[in-house]
Design a protein around this ligand. Structure first.
Ligand code: ZN
Length: 160
């Protein structure tokens, strides 16, 4: 299952990537190019644009009328059964994620590239000291050199 998100769904795209799903997103892209990529690469179009989904010949899409990123995410997960029988959200206040761990943190939330494991030592200068001390494993995006570690990013994303 691969996705392409329209220009209004940047935060959703980052979340899907964090969950491990190949999701393209361009902040500025013409509709016809968006549709062309969706068709050519066999990607499901995620959009908030009711006009866009009426275009003739459009293949698979999901129209998201929700404003809230988490509501959008829940709808996508439900629509495509992304997490099987595993509930992603509990009803706790912080909406704790319980996705399949093997997929989580496998893809860069900024550029969609698959992450690589890096030795802990290599992360030292790139992450906060407390994270370095308390985290056991780190990953890095080979494309944009952003470092990842378990447990920190959902919180960060929520604030951005
Ligand atoms: Zn990256």
């Amino acid at each position: 299952m691969k996705f392409i998100a329209d220009a209004m769904l940047g935060r959703l795209a980052r979340w899907l990537r964090l969950l491990g799903y190949d999701t393209l997103y361009y902040p500025a892209i013409e509709d016809r190019i968006l549709l062309h990529i969706a068709e050519k690469e066999d990607r499901v179009l995620l959009t908030r644009d009711t006009r866009l989904v009426k275009v003739r010949g459009i293949t698979e899409f999901l129209l998201l009328e929700e404003n809230d990123t988490f509501e959008q995410l829940k709808k996508v997960i439900k629509a495509f059964n992304l997490l099987g029988t595993h509930p992603i959200f509990s009803d706790t206040e912080n909406m704790g994620c319980v996705p399949r761990l093997s997929r989580l943190y496998s893809r860069c939330s900024l550029c969609n590239t698959l992450l690589e494991d890096v030795p802990k030592e290599q992360a030292r200068e790139h992450v906060p000291e407390y994270v370095y001390q308390t985290s056991g494993s780190f990953k890095k995006c080979p494309h944009c050199n952003k470092f990842y570690w378990k447990g920190t990013h959902p919180e960060k994303l929520r604030m951005s």
